[in-house]
Design a protein around this ligand. Structure first.
Ligand SMILES: Cc1ncc(COP(=O)(O)O)c(C=O)c1O
Length: 444
């Protein structure tokens, strides 16, 4: 039980679940004992612009005195947000693609709901069963748990009995990446041989699954990099080939960028940064600036209009105050050089870590999505990873324990974090790792 929340539900495995917070600002949060922490979790990307960004809070306060409710969600702000998001998606063609046509946007209140809506839309266009990665997390609602291949999903509801969802492997790259995660970095025509045998095996297994299910399956759910299930990354080339393969079998592609989109990895849309495009893009988390819930599905107009009326609605979808904060968020995310800055800071951070990490720990990532893996330790690294997270919290740094075996540590800082703060964070992380390894060489 958490003594600070005696009447709250308790259901977290998180080693930080005993903390209760009072205040947050920028890169920092304070707990109810007044202790200050550098937040390298940021709501798993919900607070991409840090906590309480002054531009966002000002916009929210201004909006509250203007319009807080619109019948059926029909506000001018909603229209502006749909226009902004749709045209950003249309304009942001990747290097080897022409700009798309006219996209539309469906706004909703959470990542899980957005995935469900994308599923309904995709199903309306291409009825059939679903396929997703074996390392997938698309939410914890009844429907999205079905798509999330976690050991815990079994316990959520009876639908697992009728398992029509198939999985394909996402490469783990336990010893490091074989090629670049973003297309720009690798050059668009990088050598196909650059992909490692694990990537080739995963593509072959995907091909077999698509072949076996071609009469039945119609929708492929992907994440361009795995977020909630452990910060696993694959090369742009792998994703390009997988998507081309899926298209050759007529599958609709839904890209879940709830955690990795909106500049977490640098580009505004990670799939485009990798040189491929889905039929439907799903955004969430930081679209609401870490302040108000907001999520979206973006796609061609005939896909977004594919549902008959009455098949989807929500009371708080496109709530005007959330639309205003989302518009402001998108404005800030278009700041010139922001992508470059994020990519440069990410590289700097990972270089600091990788040059000093003890063997066999590795660091992986792109932009400011970064992870340290303890998986190669002889006993799997779970105990050490958990100890590092707790030690860092004692030192005033919050990092996220993740991975199916909880032996990976994700660092998800504010995209606006100063380089010097990242440097200090890297030192703290390395110290905590050294101490935990010294004190627990038998913990694995
Ligand atoms: C990749 C991904 N998809 C979907 C979700 C679900 O979003 P929400 O918690 O807003 O329902 C999450 C949340 O962590 C996520 O990381």
């Amino acid at each position: 039980m958490n003594p600070r929340r005696p009447r709250g539900s308790q259901r977290s495995y998180d080693p930080l679940s005993q903390l209760v917070f009072l205040r947050s600002q920028g890169e920092y949060v304070w707990d109810d004992q007044g202790k200050k922490y550098l937040d390298l979790i940021c709501g798993y990307s919900a607070c991409n612009l840090g906590h309480a960004h002054p531009g966002l809070t000002a916009a929210m306060c201004e909006q509250i005195s203007e319009l807080t409710w619109a019948h059926a969600g029909q506000s001018q702000l909603r229209s502006e947000l749909e226009e902004t998001l749709g045209s950003l998606w249309d304009q942001n063609a990747s290097a080897n693609m022409l700009p798309q046509g006219h996209s539309k946007v469906w706004l909703t209140v959470s990542g899980a709901r957005a995935i469900e809506i994308a599923w309904k839309l995709a199903y309306a266009k291409r009825p059939g069963s679903t396929i997703g990665f074996d390392l997938a997390y698309h939410g914890r609602s009844l429907a999205t748990a079905y798509l999330s291949d976690t050991e815990r999903s079994e316990a959520i509801g009876p639908h697992r009995q009728a398992k029509a969802h198939a999985t394909i492997p996402f490469p783990r790259h336990l010893h490091g990446l074989c090629a670049s995660i973003l297309a720009q970095a690798s050059g668009d025509n990088a050598d196909q041989d650059a992909l490692c045998s694990e990537c080739h095996r995963a593509l072959e297994q995907a091909r077999q699954t698509f072949e076996n299910l071609q009469a039945r399956a119609s929708i492929l759910f992907v994440e361009p990099a795995i977020g909630a299930r452990g910060y696993y990354f694959a090369p742009a080339m792998f994703m390009q080939q997988l998507v081309a393969l899926a298209r050759s079998y007529g599958l609709a592609i839904v890209s879940d960028e709830i955690q990795m989109g909106l500049r977490r990895t640098g580009p505004l849309f990670m799939c485009k940064g990798q040189g491929w495009e889905p039929d439907l893009l799903v955004l969430g988390k930081s679209l609401g600036g870490g302040i108000l819930p907001m999520a979206a599905v973006v796609g061609p107009d005939d896909w977004i209009d594919a549902l008959e009326s009455g098949l989807e609605s929500e009371t708080f979808a496109a709530y005007p105050v959330a639309c205003r904060v989302a518009l402001e968020t998108l404005q800030i995310l278009q700041t010139p050089n922001l992508q470059w800055d994020i990519e440069r800071k990410g590289e700097f951070f990972r270089n600091l870590l990788s040059t000093r990490l003890p063997h066999p720990l590795i660091t992986l990532g792109t932009g400011l999505a970064c992870c340290v893996s303890f998986e190669n330790l002889p006993h799997g690294g779970t105990a050490i990873a958990s100890q590092v997270v707790k030690r860092l919290a004692d030192q005033g740094v919050l990092v996220h324990l993740t991975g199916p075996k909880r032996n990976r540590i994700a660092t998800i800082p504010s995209l606006l974090i100063p380089k010097a703060t990242l440097e200090m964070a890297a030192q703290n992380i390395l110290q905590a790792i050294d101490k935990s390894m010294d004190s627990g060489c038998n913990l694995g």
